[in-house]
Design a protein around this ligand. Structure first.
Ligand SMILES: [Zn+2]
Length: 340
């Protein structure tokens, strides 16, 4: 069993936490910030976080005043912006995720964009992560259901890690770490219907899952149990299109494509996505056949150019027949046209 270095986490109201702080800089997503702002102790500075490009983030540091805390309130961009400012200024960090589809609050790596690709530039640990169940549940449901993406990715991530370690490529297989990945997949199967309903239990479980994933990645120093060819395809897609998808929805679709490439697990992944009512059909995400094919057909080169980990992509030839096969796999997913 792993003894995980879990982040300090409290389940409480964001309002109580903010009211108890001295001065703070708030890095926010809007929505929901406009709905929250009038009801909380006002921050010294509000940064609307949408751009995690390095130049923009550096310019934020120059304008940073003398508030005592940095608080991230929102989704991935807000949490990563808050991490960057806390890291650069040395101010303590409090993270308040407003959706539970991002792991940024439970990882110490700071993900920013450099020339269109995500790079990790530094390490930071928050003083606490505040899980406000009511706040999270007030977000559009599909944003929380997207939380399954980075858990479902354990399926294809573990396959790729096993494949790589069997060939002595990259980090060695670790039974305890892999067991966490398999356990998360089992829990996902159990919670899929709750996730569809975005129940309190689903939100609490998703937060607990991300807390363990973040701690496990920190301890292992890599994320091979939950990141493989499905993420690489997602990165390649966003690189070619410049499109910013909801991460978990894109990754859920990419797990189905990657499992088809791997030749196992496609029906399990499809069933989990269907039961949890997660949006992942390309038509619901605005992903065209042409853009999908471009990412798929260039995937092997992209992986090489970016020096990504060894995976199924390195052991098969991805031609137009394979692209057809992967497209059929992802278009068999159920449509979820009505978001909410
Ligand atoms: Zn991810």
């Amino acid at each position: 069993m792993l003894d995980l270095p879990l982040f300090e986490t409290t389940e409480s109201s964001h309002r109580e936490v903010l009211d108890g702080l001295p001065s703070y800089t708030a890095c926010v997503s809007d929505p929901p910030w406009s709905n929250l702002a009038s009801m909380v102790r006002p921050p010294e500075r509000v940064i609307a976080a949408w751009d995690t490009g390095i130049d923009h983030l550096e310019s934020l540091i120059e304008a940073e005043g003398d508030s005592e805390y940095v608080v991230g309130i929102g989704g991935g961009s807000a949490l990563d912006t808050a991490k960057f400012i806390s890291w650069k200024t040395g101010k303590p960090l409090i993270q308040i995720p407003t959706i539970v589809s991002v792991d940024a609050c439970f990882t110490r790596d700071i993900g920013i964009r450099v020339e269109g690709n995500v790079k990790y530039v530094g390490l930071i640990i928050p003083e606490t992560v505040v899980v406000d169940i009511d706040l999270i549940r007030s977000a559009p449901g599909h944003l929380n259901r997207a939380g399954i993406g980075d858990i479902l990715s354990c399926q294809t991530g573990l396959f790729d890690w096993k494949l790589a370690s069997d060939r002595d490529e990259g980090v060695a297989w670790d039974n305890d770490l892999a067991a966490l990945g398999y356990q998360l997949l089992d829990e996902l199967t159990e919670h899929a219907d709750e996730v569809a309903a975005v129940s309190e239990d689903a939100v609490r479980w998703l937060a607990w899952a991300y807390r363990r994933i973040g701690a496990a990645c920190m301890q292992a120093g890599h994320s091979r149990f939950e990141e493989g060819s499905e993420h690489f395809l997602g990165y390649a897609y966003e690189f070619h299109t410049g499109d910013h998808q909801i991460h978990g929805e894109l990754i859920a679709m990419c797990v189905v494509a990657a499992s088809s490439l791997q030749g196992e697990g496609q029906s399990q992944a499809t069933e989990i996505i269907a039961r949890s009512k997660t949006r992942a059909h390309p038509a619901d995400l605005g992903i065209t056949r042409q853009a999908f094919d471009h990412a798929v057909l260039d995937l092997a080169d992209y992986v090489r150019r970016q020096d990504l980990d060894f995976s199924m992509v390195d052991v098969c030839t991805i031609d137009s027949h394979v692209a057809d096969q992967l497209w059929s796999a992802v278009t068999e997913l159920p449509r979820q046209p009505s978001v909410g």
